[in-house]
Design a protein around this ligand. Structure first.
Ligand SMILES: Nc1nc2c(c(=O)[nH]1)N[C@H]1C(S)=C(S)[C@@H](COP(=O)(O)O)O[C@H]1N2
Ligand SMILES: [Mo]
Length: 330
């Protein structure tokens, strides 16, 4: 292993999100078990096995010679599985390139009782004091057949670095980053979910609903938004200002509201339509009534009608505090 144990790189420079496409070097990185030492990626082999008629192996060069597609998509970490309700907003919007998983699945002929695709990475190590010999995740077969799901070889038109999961990783646009297995070695077609700790113990939301424990896998990204301008702590002049930011979810966002009074009242913003699996820009022109301190919030609703919660969820609304001061030339 090149690096052992859990690690996180997060660029907290607030200006990172001014661009629609996030620079690779500005995009967060997460690993639970370590970063494997990959000496010769030309030897990399991806096994496609399980409930299939013809199991197959693909070398890196095999994948490179198949038809390539690109998908522009949000990439969001669900946050720490030890504190799943704490919002982190590790997010970016990037261009992935590679082979459609659905193209590989066509070649192996999936058997009729298949329901999930289990993905396994080569990384091994200790997470939260327990040793794991692999990182393993799963996704429903329906999602795996979505043409946006890729065996990715590039990010923003560059080969995926080892720290980011190269030479090949799974990318599941619309699902939280945890499902996009890095250093991908195995895809196993199954009729049951994976029994891995990363799908059962961790990344499984638990809440009491009507006295019963409801467990939900951390798959589809729930509505979320960030305010890019103004920035938290910023001082602005008493004049018209454009509040803008990004909103996203697995399905398209159709409404984003902002509040300039800490959530008492909400105003609709202009939201651009969704393109591919990208985040959507919203903006709202605001004329502050007077000088003072303001708490600005944004909340996004997806086309299925789900709204961002105010508190206690990883996708709770963002708040920024700003100061409005008198224009100096008045
Ligand atoms: N093999 C492997 N894949 C993994 C992980 C991991 O620890 N091992 N972490 C997951 C998590 S929680 C996230 S958020 C994303 C992070 O991808 P990135 O480092 O490219 O941003 O990878 C996912 N895939
Ligand atoms: Mo994550």
């Amino acid at each position: 292993m090149k690096f052992s144990g859990y690690g996180l790189v997060q660029n907290r420079d607030p200006l990172v999100h001014e661009n629609r496409i996030t620079n690779e070097r500005d995009l967060f990185k997460v690993w639970h078990l370590g970063i494997p030492d990959i000496v010769d990626s030309s030897q990399w082999v991806l096994n496609l096995t399980g409930l299939v008629e013809h199991p197959l192996q693909f070398k890196l060069s095999d994948l490179q010679s198949l038809p390539q597609t690109s998908v522009t998509a949000i990439h969001e970490c669900a946050g720490s599985p030890l504190n799943p309700k704490v919002p982190q907003r590790r997010i970016g919007n990037v261009v992935w390139g590679g082979v459609k998983l659905s193209d590989l699945l066509k070649e192996v002929n999936i058997l009729s009782d298949a329901a999930y695709v289990i993905s396994r990475g080569i990384d091994e190590g200790v997470y939260n004091n327990v040793y794991y010999s692999n990182y393993e995740k799963d996704l429903p077969l329906d999602k795996a057949l979505d043409p946006n799901v890729l065996i990715a070889l590039t990010i923003n038109d560059e080969p995926i670095t080892v720290e980011r999961g190269g030479p090949i990783r799974l990318v599941v646009p619309g699902y939280y980053g945890t499902n996009s297995t890095k250093w991908l070695t195995d895809l196993i077609i199954s009729n049951v979910r994976s029994s891995s700790a990363f799908t059962t113990k961790y990344y499984m939301d638990r809440e009491m609903v009507d006295g019963e424990l409801k467990e939900t896998p951390v798959w589809g990204i729930q509505p979320n938004s960030i305010i890019v301008h103004p920035q938290n702590g910023q001082t602005v002049k008493l004049e018209e200002i454009t509040i803008w930011g990004w909103a996203w979810a697995e399905s398209a966002i159709d409404v984003v509201e902002v509040s300039v009074d800490g959530g008492e009242t909400w105003q609709q913003t202009n939201v651009e339509p969704r393109s591919n699996m990208e985040w959507q820009r919203f903006n709202y022109t605001w004329m502050p009534k007077s000088v003072g301190e303001y708490c600005i919030m944004s909340r996004a609703k997806n086309i299925e009608g789900f709204n961002q919660p105010i508190t206690l969820k990883r996708n709770q609304v963002t708040r920024v505090m700003i100061f409005v001061e008198q224009c100096s030339d008045l």
